[in-house]
Ligand binder design. Structure first.
Ligand code: SAH
Length: 346
Protein backbone atom coordinates (compact mmCIF):
# COMPACT_ATOMS: atom_id res chain seq x y z
CA UNK A 1 0.00 0.00 0.00
CA UNK A 2 1.23 3.43 -0.86
CA UNK A 3 0.71 4.70 2.69
CA UNK A 4 3.49 2.39 3.88
CA UNK A 5 5.96 4.18 1.69
CA UNK A 6 8.00 6.95 3.19
CA UNK A 7 7.58 10.53 1.99
CA UNK A 8 10.87 11.13 0.22
CA UNK A 9 10.77 14.81 1.10
CA UNK A 10 11.10 13.95 4.78
CA UNK A 11 14.71 12.98 3.99
CA UNK A 12 17.61 15.37 4.24
CA UNK A 13 20.17 15.63 1.46
CA UNK A 14 22.55 13.51 3.53
CA UNK A 15 19.89 10.85 4.02
CA UNK A 16 19.21 10.79 0.29
CA UNK A 17 22.91 10.34 -0.40
CA UNK A 18 23.03 7.53 2.16
CA UNK A 19 20.05 5.86 0.53
CA UNK A 20 21.76 5.74 -2.85
CA UNK A 21 24.94 4.47 -1.30
CA UNK A 22 22.96 1.74 0.47
CA UNK A 23 21.63 0.47 -2.85
CA UNK A 24 25.08 0.49 -4.41
CA UNK A 25 24.57 3.65 -6.44
CA UNK A 26 26.55 6.89 -6.37
CA UNK A 27 25.78 9.18 -3.41
CA UNK A 28 25.73 12.02 -5.95
CA UNK A 29 22.34 10.74 -7.14
CA UNK A 30 21.07 12.00 -3.80
CA UNK A 31 22.03 15.53 -4.78
CA UNK A 32 20.32 15.16 -8.15
CA UNK A 33 17.11 13.91 -6.56
CA UNK A 34 17.31 16.66 -3.94
CA UNK A 35 17.48 19.22 -6.70
CA UNK A 36 14.46 17.71 -8.45
CA UNK A 37 12.49 17.84 -5.24
CA UNK A 38 13.54 21.20 -3.84
CA UNK A 39 14.56 23.27 -6.82
CA UNK A 40 12.41 22.03 -9.67
CA UNK A 41 9.47 21.04 -7.48
CA UNK A 42 8.99 17.57 -9.01
CA UNK A 43 5.83 15.85 -7.83
CA UNK A 44 6.35 12.56 -9.70
CA UNK A 45 9.49 10.45 -10.03
CA UNK A 46 9.15 10.28 -13.81
CA UNK A 47 9.92 14.01 -13.99
CA UNK A 48 13.47 13.14 -12.91
CA UNK A 49 14.77 12.65 -16.40
CA UNK A 50 18.48 12.49 -15.53
CA UNK A 51 17.80 9.50 -13.29
CA UNK A 52 17.61 6.10 -15.02
CA UNK A 53 14.23 4.44 -15.35
CA UNK A 54 15.44 1.54 -13.25
CA UNK A 55 16.45 3.86 -10.42
CA UNK A 56 13.19 5.79 -10.71
CA UNK A 57 11.30 2.52 -10.35
CA UNK A 58 13.36 1.70 -7.31
CA UNK A 59 12.43 5.06 -5.83
CA UNK A 60 8.77 4.48 -6.64
CA UNK A 61 8.84 1.18 -4.79
CA UNK A 62 10.30 2.74 -1.68
CA UNK A 63 8.96 6.26 -1.53
CA UNK A 64 6.15 8.53 -2.43
CA UNK A 65 6.15 12.28 -3.01
CA UNK A 66 3.37 13.71 -0.89
CA UNK A 67 2.31 17.00 -2.34
CA UNK A 68 -0.36 19.62 -2.12
CA UNK A 69 -3.06 20.30 -4.70
CA UNK A 70 -4.30 23.81 -5.31
CA UNK A 71 -7.95 22.92 -4.92
CA UNK A 72 -9.55 26.31 -5.46
CA UNK A 73 -8.37 29.68 -6.71
CA UNK A 74 -10.17 32.96 -5.99
CA UNK A 75 -9.15 36.24 -7.53
CA UNK A 76 -9.83 39.57 -5.86
CA UNK A 77 -10.64 42.83 -7.65
CA UNK A 78 -7.29 44.16 -6.46
CA UNK A 79 -5.37 41.27 -8.04
CA UNK A 80 -4.87 39.30 -4.84
CA UNK A 81 -5.23 35.57 -5.36
CA UNK A 82 -6.24 33.11 -2.66
CA UNK A 83 -5.39 29.44 -3.01
CA UNK A 84 -7.33 26.77 -1.17
CA UNK A 85 -4.68 24.14 -0.74
CA UNK A 86 -5.52 20.49 -0.21
CA UNK A 87 -2.97 18.48 1.76
CA UNK A 88 -2.24 14.80 1.16
CA UNK A 89 -4.58 13.81 4.01
CA UNK A 90 -7.45 15.93 2.70
CA UNK A 91 -7.11 18.84 5.15
CA UNK A 92 -7.19 22.33 3.69
CA UNK A 93 -5.12 25.45 4.32
CA UNK A 94 -5.07 28.76 2.49
CA UNK A 95 -2.28 30.84 1.03
CA UNK A 96 -2.40 34.20 -0.66
CA UNK A 97 -0.56 35.91 -3.52
CA UNK A 98 -0.37 39.67 -3.02
CA UNK A 99 0.81 41.68 -6.01
CA UNK A 100 2.00 45.28 -5.77
CA UNK A 101 3.60 47.40 -8.48
CA UNK A 102 7.05 46.00 -7.93
CA UNK A 103 6.61 42.88 -5.87
CA UNK A 104 4.73 39.66 -5.54
CA UNK A 105 4.39 38.50 -1.96
CA UNK A 106 3.32 35.03 -0.89
CA UNK A 107 1.48 34.83 2.40
CA UNK A 108 1.77 31.22 3.55
CA UNK A 109 0.26 29.08 6.29
CA UNK A 110 2.26 27.13 8.85
CA UNK A 111 -0.48 25.14 10.63
CA UNK A 112 -3.90 23.71 9.85
CA UNK A 113 -5.90 25.92 12.19
CA UNK A 114 -3.88 27.65 14.91
CA UNK A 115 -2.49 26.85 18.37
CA UNK A 116 -3.36 30.29 19.68
CA UNK A 117 -6.60 32.07 20.49
CA UNK A 118 -6.51 35.68 19.29
CA UNK A 119 -10.08 36.90 19.68
CA UNK A 120 -10.03 38.98 16.49
CA UNK A 121 -8.73 36.31 14.13
CA UNK A 122 -10.91 33.96 12.09
CA UNK A 123 -8.25 31.26 11.97
CA UNK A 124 -8.31 31.04 15.77
CA UNK A 125 -11.87 29.74 15.57
CA UNK A 126 -10.69 26.64 13.79
CA UNK A 127 -9.28 23.92 15.94
CA UNK A 128 -5.57 23.40 15.48
CA UNK A 129 -5.55 20.16 13.54
CA UNK A 130 -1.87 19.70 12.90
CA UNK A 131 1.40 21.31 11.95
CA UNK A 132 2.33 21.56 8.31
CA UNK A 133 5.35 19.61 7.12
CA UNK A 134 8.27 21.42 5.52
CA UNK A 135 7.22 20.22 2.07
CA UNK A 136 3.67 21.49 2.55
CA UNK A 137 4.99 24.95 3.36
CA UNK A 138 7.45 24.79 0.49
CA UNK A 139 4.75 23.71 -1.97
CA UNK A 140 2.60 26.73 -1.11
CA UNK A 141 5.53 28.93 -2.08
CA UNK A 142 6.12 27.01 -5.32
CA UNK A 143 2.44 27.24 -6.25
CA UNK A 144 2.41 31.00 -5.75
CA UNK A 145 5.65 31.44 -7.66
CA UNK A 146 4.02 29.62 -10.58
CA UNK A 147 0.90 31.78 -10.40
CA UNK A 148 2.99 34.93 -10.19
CA UNK A 149 4.80 33.96 -13.38
CA UNK A 150 1.55 33.02 -15.07
CA UNK A 151 -0.56 36.03 -14.10
CA UNK A 152 2.00 38.74 -13.42
CA UNK A 153 4.91 37.65 -15.63
CA UNK A 154 7.43 37.78 -12.82
CA UNK A 155 8.64 35.42 -10.11
CA UNK A 156 7.66 35.62 -6.51
CA UNK A 157 9.76 38.22 -4.68
CA UNK A 158 8.79 38.04 -0.99
CA UNK A 159 7.36 35.58 1.50
CA UNK A 160 5.51 36.35 4.72
CA UNK A 161 4.51 33.75 7.28
CA UNK A 162 1.23 35.50 7.99
CA UNK A 163 -1.24 32.91 6.82
CA UNK A 164 -2.95 30.40 9.06
CA UNK A 165 -1.18 29.25 12.19
CA UNK A 166 1.55 30.33 14.55
CA UNK A 167 4.88 29.62 12.86
CA UNK A 168 6.85 29.51 16.11
CA UNK A 169 4.58 26.73 17.36
CA UNK A 170 5.77 24.72 14.38
CA UNK A 171 9.35 25.82 14.71
CA UNK A 172 11.28 22.89 13.29
CA UNK A 173 9.19 22.47 10.14
CA UNK A 174 9.01 26.19 9.38
CA UNK A 175 12.77 26.50 9.63
CA UNK A 176 13.27 23.38 7.53
CA UNK A 177 11.00 24.87 4.85
CA UNK A 178 12.84 28.19 4.92
CA UNK A 179 16.09 26.29 4.56
CA UNK A 180 14.76 24.68 1.37
CA UNK A 181 13.48 28.01 0.11
CA UNK A 182 16.77 29.81 0.70
CA UNK A 183 19.42 27.14 0.07
CA UNK A 184 21.43 27.20 -3.15
CA UNK A 185 20.15 23.80 -4.24
CA UNK A 186 16.61 24.78 -3.30
CA UNK A 187 14.91 27.93 -4.54
CA UNK A 188 17.89 30.14 -3.68
CA UNK A 189 15.73 32.97 -2.43
CA UNK A 190 17.30 35.59 -0.17
CA UNK A 191 16.40 35.38 3.53
CA UNK A 192 16.07 39.15 3.49
CA UNK A 193 12.88 38.71 1.50
CA UNK A 194 11.27 36.47 4.08
CA UNK A 195 9.37 37.68 7.15
CA UNK A 196 8.15 35.45 9.91
CA UNK A 197 5.26 36.90 11.86
CA UNK A 198 4.63 35.64 15.38
CA UNK A 199 2.09 36.46 18.05
CA UNK A 200 5.08 36.50 20.36
CA UNK A 201 6.44 33.26 21.79
CA UNK A 202 9.39 34.47 23.87
CA UNK A 203 11.30 31.20 24.21
CA UNK A 204 11.14 30.60 20.47
CA UNK A 205 12.18 34.15 19.60
CA UNK A 206 15.33 33.54 21.61
CA UNK A 207 15.83 30.25 19.84
CA UNK A 208 15.60 31.99 16.47
CA UNK A 209 18.40 34.29 17.54
CA UNK A 210 20.48 31.37 18.85
CA UNK A 211 19.93 29.48 15.61
CA UNK A 212 21.35 32.42 13.65
CA UNK A 213 18.39 32.89 11.32
CA UNK A 214 18.75 35.58 8.67
CA UNK A 215 15.11 36.38 7.91
CA UNK A 216 13.02 39.25 9.31
CA UNK A 217 10.89 39.06 12.40
CA UNK A 218 7.50 40.67 12.88
CA UNK A 219 5.57 40.55 16.15
CA UNK A 220 1.80 40.95 16.39
CA UNK A 221 1.71 43.24 19.36
CA UNK A 222 -1.71 44.94 19.26
CA UNK A 223 -1.31 46.26 22.78
CA UNK A 224 1.64 47.15 24.97
CA UNK A 225 -0.50 46.98 28.10
CA UNK A 226 -0.47 43.54 29.68
CA UNK A 227 -4.10 43.54 30.82
CA UNK A 228 -5.43 44.65 27.45
CA UNK A 229 -3.26 42.23 25.53
CA UNK A 230 -4.52 39.35 27.67
CA UNK A 231 -8.09 40.25 26.82
CA UNK A 232 -7.59 40.15 23.09
CA UNK A 233 -4.84 37.51 22.97
CA UNK A 234 -5.51 35.24 25.97
CA UNK A 235 -2.32 33.20 25.51
CA UNK A 236 -0.51 36.39 26.55
CA UNK A 237 -1.22 35.37 30.16
CA UNK A 238 1.54 32.81 29.76
CA UNK A 239 3.63 34.75 27.25
CA UNK A 240 3.77 38.07 29.07
CA UNK A 241 4.87 41.39 27.66
CA UNK A 242 7.88 41.49 29.95
CA UNK A 243 9.04 38.07 28.72
CA UNK A 244 8.38 39.22 25.17
CA UNK A 245 10.43 42.37 25.77
CA UNK A 246 13.29 40.34 27.17
CA UNK A 247 13.25 37.95 24.21
CA UNK A 248 13.26 40.85 21.73
CA UNK A 249 16.21 42.46 23.48
CA UNK A 250 17.97 39.13 23.23
CA UNK A 251 17.07 38.86 19.53
CA UNK A 252 18.39 42.33 18.81
CA UNK A 253 21.60 41.86 20.79
CA UNK A 254 22.45 38.84 18.67
CA UNK A 255 21.01 39.64 15.23
CA UNK A 256 21.21 43.44 15.18
CA UNK A 257 18.03 43.36 13.12
CA UNK A 258 15.05 45.64 13.58
CA UNK A 259 11.71 44.20 14.64
CA UNK A 260 8.40 45.08 13.00
CA UNK A 261 5.43 45.40 15.32
CA UNK A 262 2.04 44.72 13.78
CA UNK A 263 -0.66 46.65 15.48
CA UNK A 264 -4.39 47.07 14.94
CA UNK A 265 -6.22 49.96 16.60
CA UNK A 266 -9.78 49.19 17.72
CA UNK A 267 -12.49 51.39 19.18
CA UNK A 268 -12.64 51.23 22.97
CA UNK A 269 -9.94 48.59 23.15
CA UNK A 270 -6.66 50.35 22.46
CA UNK A 271 -7.55 53.79 21.10
CA UNK A 272 -6.75 55.86 24.20
CA UNK A 273 -3.71 58.01 24.92
CA UNK A 274 -2.45 55.53 27.52
CA UNK A 275 -2.40 52.84 24.80
CA UNK A 276 -0.37 55.08 22.53
CA UNK A 277 2.04 55.97 25.33
CA UNK A 278 2.52 52.31 26.22
CA UNK A 279 3.33 51.47 22.59
CA UNK A 280 5.81 54.34 22.32
CA UNK A 281 7.48 53.11 25.50
CA UNK A 282 7.59 49.51 24.24
CA UNK A 283 9.16 50.70 21.00
CA UNK A 284 12.09 52.13 22.91
CA UNK A 285 13.36 48.74 24.05
CA UNK A 286 14.78 47.67 20.68
CA UNK A 287 15.09 49.33 17.26
CA UNK A 288 11.83 48.71 15.48
CA UNK A 289 9.15 49.99 13.18
CA UNK A 290 5.40 49.87 13.56
CA UNK A 291 2.97 48.63 10.96
CA UNK A 292 -0.53 49.81 11.73
CA UNK A 293 -2.77 47.27 10.05
CA UNK A 294 -6.31 47.73 8.99
CA UNK A 295 -8.80 45.52 10.80
CA UNK A 296 -10.67 43.01 8.71
CA UNK A 297 -13.96 42.26 10.42
CA UNK A 298 -14.75 38.60 11.06
CA UNK A 299 -18.52 38.69 11.71
CA UNK A 300 -18.16 39.64 15.33
CA UNK A 301 -19.41 42.81 16.96
CA UNK A 302 -16.69 42.88 19.59
CA UNK A 303 -14.04 44.52 17.44
CA UNK A 304 -14.40 47.69 15.41
CA UNK A 305 -11.60 49.31 13.50
CA UNK A 306 -10.81 52.62 15.18
CA UNK A 307 -11.67 56.05 13.79
CA UNK A 308 -9.17 57.85 11.64
CA UNK A 309 -8.52 60.25 14.47
CA UNK A 310 -7.25 57.50 16.74
CA UNK A 311 -4.97 56.16 14.01
CA UNK A 312 -3.65 59.66 13.33
CA UNK A 313 -2.95 60.06 17.02
CA UNK A 314 -0.83 56.90 17.01
CA UNK A 315 1.05 58.12 13.96
CA UNK A 316 1.64 61.53 15.52
CA UNK A 317 3.19 60.19 18.72
CA UNK A 318 5.21 57.46 17.02
CA UNK A 319 6.68 59.94 14.55
CA UNK A 320 7.31 62.47 17.30
CA UNK A 321 9.39 59.79 18.99
CA UNK A 322 11.17 58.97 15.71
CA UNK A 323 9.66 55.52 15.45
CA UNK A 324 9.03 54.63 11.80
CA UNK A 325 5.38 53.89 11.18
CA UNK A 326 3.45 52.71 8.16
CA UNK A 327 -0.22 52.04 7.62
CA UNK A 328 -0.97 48.80 5.83
CA UNK A 329 -4.09 48.69 3.75
CA UNK A 330 -5.95 45.41 3.46
CA UNK A 331 -5.72 43.39 0.30
CA UNK A 332 -8.11 40.77 -0.97
CA UNK A 333 -10.91 41.57 1.47
CA UNK A 334 -13.63 40.75 -1.04
CA UNK A 335 -12.49 37.12 -1.18
CA UNK A 336 -11.74 36.77 2.56
CA UNK A 337 -8.03 36.66 1.79
CA UNK A 338 -6.98 39.51 4.05
CA UNK A 339 -5.08 39.12 7.34
CA UNK A 340 -7.05 37.21 9.92
CA UNK A 341 -9.75 36.14 7.49
CA UNK A 342 -8.31 32.79 6.48
CA UNK A 343 -10.75 30.20 7.73
CA UNK A 344 -11.49 27.78 4.90
CA UNK A 345 -14.92 29.25 4.31
CA UNK A 346 -15.24 27.60 0.93
N1 SAH B 1 0.26 33.76 14.13
C1 SAH B 1 1.07 34.73 13.46
C2 SAH B 1 0.85 34.81 11.97
C3 SAH B 1 -0.57 34.78 11.44
S1 SAH B 1 -1.59 36.20 11.60
C4 SAH B 1 0.87 36.09 14.09
O1 SAH B 1 0.00 36.21 14.93
O2 SAH B 1 1.62 37.00 13.80
C5 SAH B 1 -0.91 37.44 10.59
C6 SAH B 1 -1.28 38.85 11.05
O3 SAH B 1 -2.68 39.10 10.87
C7 SAH B 1 -1.01 39.07 12.53
O4 SAH B 1 -0.38 40.30 12.71
C8 SAH B 1 -2.40 39.11 13.11
O5 SAH B 1 -2.45 39.79 14.32
C9 SAH B 1 -3.18 39.75 12.01
N2 SAH B 1 -4.63 39.57 12.10
C10 SAH B 1 -5.31 38.57 12.69
N3 SAH B 1 -6.64 38.76 12.57
C11 SAH B 1 -6.80 39.92 11.87
C12 SAH B 1 -7.93 40.64 11.41
N4 SAH B 1 -9.17 40.19 11.62
N5 SAH B 1 -7.72 41.79 10.72
C13 SAH B 1 -6.46 42.21 10.46
N6 SAH B 1 -5.37 41.56 10.86
C14 SAH B 1 -5.52 40.44 11.57
Amino acid sequence: MSSEKKDIRALSKEELRDFFESIGDKPFRGNQVYEWLWNKGAHVFDDMTNISIETRNHLKNNFEINHIEVDSIQKSNDGTIKNGVKLHDGLIVESVLIPTKKRTTACVSSQVGCSLDCKFCATARLKRMRNLNPDEIFDQVMAIDKESKLYYKRPLSNIVFMGMGEPLMNYKNVLAAIDKITSEEGLGMSSKRITLSTSGVPKMIKKLADDGVKFNLAVSLHSAIQETREQIMPFAKSFTLSDLQESLEYWYAITKRKITYEYIVWNDINDKQEDVDALVQFCKYVPCKVNLIEYNPIDDGMFQYADNEAIENYIYYLEKNRIPVTVRRSRGKDIDAACGQLANKQ
